[in-house]
Design a protein around this ligand. Sequence first.
Ligand SMILES: [Zn+2]
Length: 324
Amino acid sequence: MSKEFIDYYQILGLPPEAGQEEIRKAYRASARRLHPDARPNSSDADQDDAFRRSVEAWRVLGDPELRSAYDRARQQPIPATPFCGQTSGFGQILADMWRRLFGNDKPENGQDLETRVEVELADLRSDLPLELDIPCAVACGLCGGLGRLPAKDQDGPEQSCVRCGGLGRQTVQRRLQIKVPAGSESGLCLKFSGEGEEGLRGGQAGDLKVEILVRPHPTLRRAGADLFLKHPVTLEQAIFGAAIEINGLHGRHHIVLPANLAHGQTFRIKEAGLPPGPGDLVITTHIVLPSAMPPDESDRLREALAQIPLTRYPGVSFLPERKK
Ligand SMILES: [Zn+2]
């Protein structure tokens, strides 16, 4: 059911001064064309929608009390606010209509919907637009959530709705455009008010909650807006220094390692992290020793290292015995 003012006279093709008999005739003409009994092999959504609107128009205009309230509301500026919770105007007319149709049945609020979206760390460098297809229970397009329809000849008993089987709801795939904010943390829950299941009989729509899960990056670790990378360097690079390239989230960065690099020495690249800020990229070097060296290689390395006087290792108090 629409939340905005609807021109029921226009739906029935009538002037506002039309008499009750004209309203009845106009509805009957539309029912002859659009009632599901008149088109048993068609479930065209546009025709369902047109029929639902003409039923709603007839239910309001065909009831003298609702009609006079509606006529008064027509004179007011068009309210574009949701009708739920309104105490006057068009929303009240619809709420009164549901109350008359349902007696003491309360409005039924729609359930909240929850879904999860997985994103890559690299997607979060800026706001990420996403399109979600979410199965969502909405008010039936034919009966509007009532579960039943007036008879085709208007005076017969009401019948169960042929589209929803009397439940008042149907499930549709709803497509929704959302935006994941740049730099979102994993586990962030985005809430979209009123985008959950539709309410019935004037009830409020539920909310949609989207949990954002950020997939772990193969090499980068994150803390807030800062990114951290461990980068291995060889013994040779650590001793003599080197120009290296590393892969960050925004592309490649050049770093010049100084000679005599300390194990665990860090290098900070400003603003190469994530928004907001943006944060920095912090590179921690770790020195990797050669492994599985064949005996001739290790012998040569031992000989080369033996050329270095032990006094060149500042701070090392227990010096190793060297093989002669
Ligand atoms: Zn229905």
